[in-house]
Design a protein around this ligand. Structure first.
Ligand code: X90
Length: 278
């Protein structure tokens, strides 16, 4: 039996880890025609293209306790990181699963962490967990250190449309409208509370990128780890990377493309950026 296991939901965009047993609980994206399961089999490009031409209702659903229990499997200690509990029921389901698991196996423990975020900020947290485990730290120490680490990570995002967020009641419609104007991009952050906090309305991509880098600095970025997740906008992700490197040569930057859940909400052209603050 594995001693440690790391689990998360598909909002993290992470499908595998290098050195630690790992599982991910998929969220689902639902339209009147189709249900997309956000696991490793999902064809994200096809989903995003389907959705672009789709005019009907669409929604998402989070893992339930049973889904989470399946990811826990057989491990002495499970670290479970969820999408923000402020906008999703995933965190509460994970807590129910923890209760059931610990009652069933009194010797095992599950640490459930509400990331208050999504995507690349969760990815940073998972990388850190893997690092702490590989350093042979014990369960309690890892719980404490990962809780501290979360205080130092941040998430910013740039969105061209907030249609899906607004239609599903995840932002108020006023915020959604200002990003709906052609050519306006909304730059914002994951708030301390774990919801969307608008920061700047920018005309054009260039302005949005400049605002993003300025906000990173304001948030205390000094050249640490950065992960950029984009929804079919690799050129803007590369441009952002270059701007960051030129101002902070010590930064270590990764780029990847969003999986299903983040693609659904960030929409085509958008990006999310997770980073370490000082
Ligand atoms: O439970 C569910 O159905 C999932 C609901 C998720 C709602 C929010 C997803 C946001 C995805 C959009 C930009 C970043 C926002 C960060 C806020 C913490 C990405």
């Amino acid at each position: 039996m594995a001693q440690f296991k790391i689990v998360t939901d598909s909002s993290s965009d992470v499908l595998k880890l290098d050195t630690t047993p790992f599982a991910s609980a998929p969220l689902k994206i639902i339209t009147a025609n189709k249900e997309y399961v956000d696991d490793e089999h999902l064809n994200v490009e096809e989903m995003v293209n389907d959705l672009q031409g789709y005019k009907g209702r669409s929604s998402t659903s989070c893992p339930n306790a049973e889904d989470w229990l399946q990811t826990f499997g057989d491990a002495d200690f499970v670290f479970c990181v969820t999408i923000t509990g402020t906008l999703s029921g995933s965190y509460n389901s994970a807590l129910s699963a923890k209760t059931i698991y610990e009652e069933t196996y009194p010797d095992r423990k599950v640490f459930v962490l509400d990331s208050k975020s999504t995507g690349p900020e969760i990815a940073l947290i998972l990388e850190k967990l893997e690092e702490l485990i590989s350093e042979n730290k014990d369960y309690d120490t890892i719980c404490e250190e990962i809780t501290n680490y979360c205080q130092s990570t941040r998430l910013l995002f740039m969105l061209e449309s907030l249609k899906n967020l607004a239609n599903n009641g995840r932002v108020n419609s006023l915020v959604a409208k200002m990003a709906g104007i052609l050519g306006i991009r909304l730059v914002g952050k994951a708030s301390i509370k774990g919801d969307l906090e608008p920061l700047n309305k920018c005309r054009g991509e260039r302005k949005a990128l400049e605002a993003t880098v300025e906000n990173m600095q304001k948030e205390g970025f000094g050249g640490g780890k950065v992960i950029i997740a984009h929804c079919f906008n690799i050129s803007i992700a590369n441009e952002l990377k270059e701007m960051i490197v030129s101002q902070f040569p010590s930064s270590v930057i990764k780029i990847y493309s969003c999986r299903g859940l983040c693609s659904f909400y960030a929409e085509k052209g958008g990006f999310l950026i997770g980073f370490e603050a000082e």
